[in-house]
Design a binder for this molecule. Structure first.
Ligand SMILES: [Zn+2]
Length: 145
């Protein structure tokens, strides 16, 4: 008998700590550059757009759409063997950045590019991981007030 491999958890360092602290509270935060005001993801020490080292944390909307995805049905890394089928996706956030994540809580066959998604949180060994699920959108003409 072999040990069951464990799923990896992200390394947490001083400049990603605010991201993981927020996720633990069920909040989804990203960075924004104070110099050029553009959104930044993944967490880092300087702005990839202008090079400024003046990044702030903002509460993101938690909404976006699927930019690309893949459904894993066969031969996943061994720690994920019990999770198939699952969806790996690149989500484009409303704020602009794209992030690699999972689409959860639904039928993988319903996932498609451009569908709207919203953030959810998945616990893994005490770390709250931001993931996404398909988001219901009100039909046109029945807008929210
Ligand atoms: Zn900048």
């Amino acid at each position: 008998m072999t040990d069951t491999p464990t799923k990896p958890v992200p390394p947490i360092d001083p400049w990603t700590q605010p991201y993981w602290d927020a996720a633990a509270e069920g909040r989804f935060v990203i960075q924004r550059c104070r110099a050029c005001e553009r959104a930044v993801f993944y967490p880092r020490q300087w702005c990839p757009h202008c090079g400024a080292e003046d990044l702030d944390w903002i509460e993101a909307s938690g909404r976006g759409h699927i930019y690309s995805y893949s459904v894993v049905r066969n031969y996943p890394p061994s720690a994920f063997a019990d999770a198939v089928p699952f969806v790996i996706a690149i989500v484009e956030l409303e704020e602009g950045p794209r992030m690699m994540t999972n689409i959860v809580d639904g039928d993988p066959e319903q996932v498609a590019c451009d569908l709207p998604v919203e953030v959810a949180f998945m616990d893994r060994d005490g770390v709250s991981l931001p993931v996404f699920r398909l988001r219901e959108v009100a039909p046109a003409g029945h807008g929210e007030a």
